[in-house]
Design a protein around this ligand. Structure first.
Ligand code: AMP
Ligand code: ZN
Length: 461
């Protein structure tokens, strides 16, 4: 079945056609490892995971590269301010390489906790300096650069057009130079490729232009080219990458070999908090560990993300997280219900569910619609192993690792026992509203509630 994906380059949903049949080459912009990833960043990687899983579900083999930025990303994406790594090193009074190691490991652990299907190649910028040097030399040889005293700039006026993703030639914009902008730059949109390191700069390498470090945009072009070639299928990132970072990657690709590096550009929208920006200063920036402390396991955050399409902003609230927690418990409960069942179900019904699920995920990863199919399966009153197997099949895309899910047998705390007793009384009195309310309360406390002819069983998730 064909897959349609929204391409930022053409501003349209398009049928996905890979360069090589049966195989997809993709590149995702990875994290800058100067601090813990916040849940907004993690939305970007859950989207990446979702794309990988949908492609695999459709039978594609993947070659996927994600970079780890550990040098050159300045505080502003528009190449201004201090290098993020250097700033963190100054604040934490540590070596920037040690900072990068620490936060890279923390990031990979977070990926593991969320069960993110990892790219085949994870490439660190500082391990590819030579590769970037070769790439930049080629751009210079092709005549797309100019030098100032301390920087080799990409000359965007040499391109036929700059701003292909934003769909306007931003060079023509009547923009005044920003305060921090280098006055020696010829055009507002020119950007740094190779920079001479000042004496006290900790991250620098001996290169063809003396002791230098690379501009941030270069690593993705150079590593993308090294592992995936001049042209590959899909490039992903957050929407914030559209106006500068990805425009510059395209510029570099054109300067290097005259080609557009990726055929499809996919961008995930931002996670917001209470309708606004998530930031440390507002005290609303959360990590996975913060969520855990508040009683939400990482899979709850995975479930939360399925409530919205990846191209829509999603608003983070604890009420929404509570609903996701309940949804996760219901999914697990539903899977176990069908797994224990031995009723028969018509294969035609299974095929219909499968078809609807596939249509949803292949419609530009429409997870809210795909989840509605999952809920139909979960709620199906026929308790059948075939439905449990179907949920497991869907879980290849959902990523909740249901196959290995086991309920822990633990002694129930007194308050839980009391709630069960109160609920049993409500049920005996046919007070279904009260019974449902207590059931939700138990689910929110992390318990699965199973009612059967033999009575009610409550287990810890
Ligand atoms: P960085 O580590 O700053 O390079 O960002 C890593 C990734 O997280 C990038 O793809 C960003 O686009 C993405 N990102 C940053 N903030 C958010 C957010 N609030 N919601 C979704 N993605 C984000
Ligand atoms: Zn990138």
């Amino acid at each position: 079945m064909k897959i349609n994906i929204y391409n930022t380059l053409t501003k349209k949903k398009e049928e996905f056609k890979p360069i090589n049949e049966g195989r997809v080459c993709l590149y995702s912009c990875g994290p800058t490892v100067y601090y813990f990833a916040h849940i907004g960043n993690l939305r970007a990687y859950l989207f990446m995971d979702n794309l990988r899983r949908v492609l695999k579900y459709n039978g594609y083999e993947l070659k996927h590269v994600m970079n780890i930025t550990d040098v050159g990303h300045l505080v502003s994406d528009a190449d201004e301010g201090e290098d993020k790594m250097m700033k963190a090193a100054r604040l934490e009074q540590k070596d920037p390489f040690a900072i990068a190691d620490f936060y890279k490991d923390a990031f990979l652990k977070d990926m593991g906790k969320l069960n993110i299907d990892m790219p085949e190649i994870i490439a660190r910028a500082t391990e590819h300096i030579k590769c970037m040097e070769d790439y930049v030399k080629q751009i210079i040889a092709n005549g797309y650069t100019y030098e100032t005293e301390d920087t080799i700039y990409f000359d965007t006026s040499k391109l036929e057009k700059y701003g292909l993703l934003s769909n306007k030639d931003v060079r023509e914009d009547d923009v005044e130079a920003r305060i921090d902008e280098d006055p020696n730059k010829k055009h507002h949109t020119d950007f740094a490729l190779w920079i001479k390191a000042p004496e006290n700069h900790l991250m620098k390498w001996d290169t063809f232009w003396g002791k230098c470090y690379p501009g941030w945009h270069l690593e993705c072009s150079a590593m993308g080219h090294k592992y995936l070639g001049e042209e590959f299928d899909i490039h992903t990132g957050g929407v914030d990458h559209i106006p500068v970072h990805h425009e510059n990657e395209i510029a570099q690709g054109k300067g290097f070999c005259g080609k557009m590096p990726a055929h499809y550009w996919m961008h995930v929208e931002f996670l917001q908090v209470n309708g606004g920006k998530m930031s440390k200063s507002l005290g609303n920036l959360y990590t996975l560990d913060d969520l855990k402390e508040k009683g939400y396991e990482p899979y709850v955050y995975r479930m939360f993300n399925f409530s919205s399409h990846y191209r829509k902003k999603i608003n983070f609230t604890f009420e929404a997280m509570d609903s996701a927690k309940t949804a996760l418990a219901r999914l697990r409960e539903g899977y176990l219900k069908h797994k224990d069942g031995n009723e028969n179900i018509d294969d035609k019904i299974i095929s219909e569910y499968k078809q609807k699920f596939l249509e949803a995920i292949n419609d530009d990863l429409n997870m809210p619609v795909a989840m509605s199919v999952v809920w139909d399966v979960v709620k199906n009153p026929t308790k059948s192993k075939k439905l449990a197997d179907l949920i497991l099949k869907f879980d290849e895309v959902l990523g909740f690792d249901l196959k290995n899910y086991k309920q822990e047998e633990v002694t129930l705390p007194e308050e839980v026992k009391l709630l069960i007793e109160t609920r049993n009384i409500a049920r005996a009195n046919k007070d279904w509203a009260e019974s449902d309310r207590i059931r939700d309360e138990l689910i929110n406390m992390g318990y699965t509630v199973k009612d059967s002819k033999e009575g009610t069983v409550v287990v810890k998730n």
